[in-house]
Design a protein around this ligand. Structure first.
Ligand SMILES: N[C@@H](CCC(=O)N[C@@H](CS)C(=O)NCC(=O)O)C(=O)O
Length: 203
């Protein structure tokens, strides 16, 4: 069986847990305490030199890290249900929104968290002003997302996709820096209430 090295409370591993749950694919889950730096041991750095989770280890020992890469592998191995687009156009639209959600929501909310709380001050130098700017970038992307969701049920159109997973994990994680959805984002609120009902959201 494959093994997912992950951290239950961290937002990026949740993306892969949700993806696996949507696909109905079972793996071994190995918990890594990133606060204690268990992701930075020589053993873990051999699996991912960037020192981050999640990491998917295949049965032959091959390791894939980066959520998008892990999900690309899983989508190819387990095509149903489709989460990354069916047609060439569909795949392009999903990839576009997936990237926007990763760069526009997940990345800045992670930077906001790291730089304003100093959670990883043992391994980086927090710059609080930078963290606050990242928080503003996150909010700008929420506005773009709200316009998108005024037009469609899900982020990349009328089917649930990896882009919805990335956005949900980023938005839920934003609570740790006290950023919550408000009435400025009614379409995101409607979408959030709906996708949070999926069994995979509890994975
Ligand atoms: N781009 C990476 C991001 C992975 C990432 O930032 N993971 C965080 C947890 S959400 C981590 O391992 N942090 C530990 C650290 O920075 O020491 C992905 O898509 O997997």
């Amino acid at each position: 069986m494959m093994t997912l090295y992950e951290t239950k409370t961290a937002p990026n591993p949740r993306r892969v847990r949700m993806f696996l749950t949507e696909k109905g694919v079972g793996v071994n889950y190995a918990q890594i305490d990133i606060e204690k730096g268990e992701n930075l041991t020589p053993e873990m750095l051999a699996k991912n030199p960037l020192g981050k989770v999640p990491i998917l280890e295949l049965e032959d020992g091959t390791c894939i890290s980066e959520c998008d890469a892990i999900c690309t592998y899983l989508e190819a191995q387990f095509p149903e249900p489709c989460l990354m687009g069916k047609t060439p156009l569909g795949k392009g639209i999903v990839a576009m929104w997936q990237r926007r959600m990763e760069v526009g929501l997940m990345l800045p909310i992670g930077q906001c968290f790291q730089h304003t709380t100093g959670y990883f001050r043992d391994r980086m130098t927090p710059v609080p002003e930078f963290g606050q700017e990242a928080g503003k970038d996150y909010k700008k992307s929420l506005t773009i997302l709200d316009q998108c969701l005024a037009e469609s049920e899900f982020i990349a159109g009328d089917a649930f996709s990896i882009a919805d997973i990335t956005a949900l994990c980023a938005i839920d994680f934003a609570r740790v820096v006290k950023m919550r959805l408000d009435d400025n984002h009614p379409n995101v609120q409607r979408w959030h209430a709906s996708v949070s009902q999926r069994p995979s959201a509890k994975a």
